[in-house]
Design a protein around this ligand. Structure first.
Ligand code: SF4
Length: 330
């Protein structure tokens, strides 16, 4: 690891001032950033520790909205009793992420900003072709090991999967991300994450000097009747092969689907909202047959490679299973 300067910000204003150069990174839980510094992917000249910023670790679950401070720990949010009742898919997405030790340390803002697990991106030598790490160098995964890579949203420049679980739930339920820099702004979670296109090194909407202060979710009936399903190679401490955050609201007749929300994780270059499936469900009777037929549209537009083609089969199954679980709460 290279040497770097360390500053501890005492307030938002000082954090913004200290973090205003491209060579600076904000440090919160450090569970991803320090890893990436150890394998030379991240090489900041300066770290600005934001963990002492006051008030950013609060979780507020109200009747109309949920507000989660960016410095709240994953485990705190996952186990928040009001959040578990109001947003089961959000709690489940956090419980199924990482390990207990990491959930105790990692923050919610940092969770959103975690970077891909593509082995070429994280290669310690740094001598492999990776457009995300070294723009213009190529993509070793296209002809190499790509079993865990994306089938949705990729480009000829990058097919790395976005690895997070919580962001999948956030995108499904129209979450908002509050950002502070020289100005304050609010970004839709669905717009915050970027597809790689020809610039895979640009992964999200943050610009230099900006950091996340809070995450917000509108409370809806679909969120109350929601489920997060994660399919992976082992039952703990593993990233998703495919996952789905799903929620349903029924009409007063108790059988017609009024609203449906579905987003996928583990299969896209960003958390992947599947509106085509939502549209197939709304207005239809809430039966298993209807759900399975709609779920079959979930992999439309996929571009699989031989090693990750199994995800195309998996996608309709995780969507259907997540929705069937959500029906129990609707
Ligand atoms: Fe790099 Fe993306 Fe290719 Fe992986 S998939 S080697 S992160 S460019």
């Amino acid at each position: 690891m290279r040497s770097f300067a360390y500053h501890r910000a005492s307030g938002v204003a000082s954090a913004i001032q200290l973090g205003s150069t491209d060579e600076t990174r904000f440090l919160a839980g450090g569970t991803n950033l320090v890893d990436l510094m150890k394998c030379n992917v991240e090489r900041p000249a300066t770290l600005v520790d934001v963990t002492a910023l006051p008030g950013l670790d609060q979780v507020d679950v109200g009747p109309a909205r949920i507000r989660i401070g960016s410095l709240a720990r994953m485990s705190t949010v996952a186990d928040h009793p009001d959040l578990k009742a109001t947003a089961p898919a959000v709690s489940e997405s956090l419980w199924r992420a990482a390990s207990a030790q990491i959930r105790n340390m990692a923050t919610m803002g940092g969770n959103l900003l975690q970077r891909t697990r593509c082995p070429y991106f994280r290669d310690e030598s740094g001598n492999v072709s990776c457009n995300k790490r070294n723009p213009g160098s190529g993509c070793a995964a296209l002809s190499g090991v790509n079993r865990n890579h994306a089938v949705l949203g990729g480009s000829e420049f990058c097919i790395a999967t976005y690895p997070g679980d919580f962001a999948t739930a956030l995108v499904a339920f129209d979450g908002l991300i509050h950002v502070r820099g020289r100005d304050s702004r609010v970004v839709k979670a669905n717009d915050f994450f970027r597809s790689p296109g020809s610039t895979p090194h640009i992964e999200n909407d943050l610009t230099v000097g900006e950091f996340i202060t809070a995450i917000e979710l509108p409370v809806t009936q679909s969120l109350r009747a929601s489920h997060y399903l994660k399919v992976r190679d082992r039952s703990s401490y593993e990233f998703a092969a495919a996952s789905a955050a799903a929620g349903l609201e029924l009409e007063k007749d108790g059988r017609t689907i009024k609203d449906a929300r579905i987003a996928l994780g583990g299969v896209g270059t960003k958390p992947w909202r599947v509106r085509v499936v939502e549209a197939e469900l709304i207005g239809k009777p809430c039966t298993e047959d209807v759900i399975r037929r709609a779920a079959n549209h979930g992999a439309e537009g996929a571009h699989p490679l031989p090693q990750n083609a199994f995800k195309v089969t998996l996608i309709p199954r995780v969507i259907a299973r997540a929705l069937i679980e959500a029906v129990r709460l609707a």
